[in-house]
Design a protein around this ligand. Structure first.
Ligand SMILES: Cc1cc2nc3c(=O)[nH]c(=O)nc-3n(C[C@H](O)[C@H](O)[C@H](O)COP(=O)(O)O)c2cc1C
Length: 275
């Protein structure tokens, strides 16, 4: 089967698909010919769907992505500049959660929005591990506390830098500074050797962070947990990831207990232009 098919009745030969294809897979031999696959195009196609999504006439379909799998963009749902600014500026790291677990359907819906984050060469290598109950979060967080205890004992400089003694002390008194009482953790993982996994994972989790508020949810990066999963084998093993995978990021998720009323200021952009 060919890489893509063209509906001859709909194609107006405007060359938009040729111009937009990121890997030059599509060509028009003359200005009057239908788009065809370039030499070696089959192996270069990254299945990004741009040709299908950009065609104003619905004339192209990919073998691995039909036009029916690409819903139209509804203009009425687009954000204007002010809405976009408020949407982005009002995102907050949430550290106080309502009690109770988040249901699996809601967590799945959240990931099903976040998974549209960009990935290097559209490789889509980000895997999601959902720690879906507070009990399980506590069990895993306890292993992160063990890592901190060991770092303190070994006088590892990170212990002092991240004030681990205080975090461990708080944990022993029932205060969770690592996972902040969150009822869920979402961990990204993927092939250890994949070169841009760290970047793909960070973008995916940033999408997750932004996708959460419209679902009533709030998130916070779980930096201590991420570090522990990277450095402490008992935690890495407890995650039971597939062979060759490692964790690349972690986010706390839950229903926020409080509602933010204002958007805090940040330092000005450290900005320069070349002209
Ligand atoms: C890589 C990274 C790791 C973070 N780790 C933690 C963490 O372990 N615990 C925590 O409470 N907040 C953590 N944060 C949240 C930051 O403290 C927070 O983004 C920052 O204070 C700004 O607040 P805002 O997200 O509400 O704008 C982390 C953020 C990032 C980007």
């Amino acid at each position: 089967m060919s890489l893509f098919s063209i509906d001859e009745k709909l194609c107006v030969k405007d060359g938009i698909c040729v111009a937009e294809c990121p890997t030059s897979v599509i060509e028009m031999k003359t200005s009057d010919s239908l788009p065809t696959v370039t030499d070696g195009g089959e192996t270069r196609c990254i299945n990004c769907g741009h040709c299908v999504a950009v065609c104003p006439h619905g004339a192209i379909s990919l073998a691995r992505m039909s036009i029916d799998q690409c819903p139209p963009i509804k203009g009425a749902l687009s954000l204007d500049e002010n809405q976009a600014e408020q949407f982005l500026r009002s995102r907050r790291s949430i550290r106080t959660y309502k009690p109770g677990d988040v249901d699996i359907e809601t967590l799945t819906r959240l990931i099903n929005i976040a998974r549209y984050a960009p990935t290097g060469s559209n490789s889509q290598q980000v895997h999601w591990l959902v720690v879906a109950t507070r009990d399980k979060v506590v069990q895993l967080t306890a292993l992160a506390v063990d890592w901190m205890r060991s770092a303190i004992q070994e006088k590892n400089p990170v212990a002092e830098a991240y004030q681990m003694a205080g975090i461990v002390h708080a944990w022993e008194k029932g205060i969770d500074i690592i996972s902040r009482g969150a009822p869920a953790l979402i961990i990204t993982h993927g092939p250890e050797t994949y070169p841009v996994m760290t970047i793909d994972s960070a973008i995916a989790l940033s999408y997750l962070d932004l996708a959460a508020p419209p679902l009533g949810l709030g998130c916070c990066w779980a930096g201590f947990f991420m570090a522990a999963a990277g450095f402490w084998p008992p935690l890495a093993e407890a995650l039971n990831l597939p062979d060759g995978h490692k964790s690349f990021g972690a986010m706390m998720v839950g229903y926020p207990k409080f509602t933010y009323q204002r958007m805090p200021e940040r330092s000005e952009a450290k900005l320069s232009f070349f002209k």
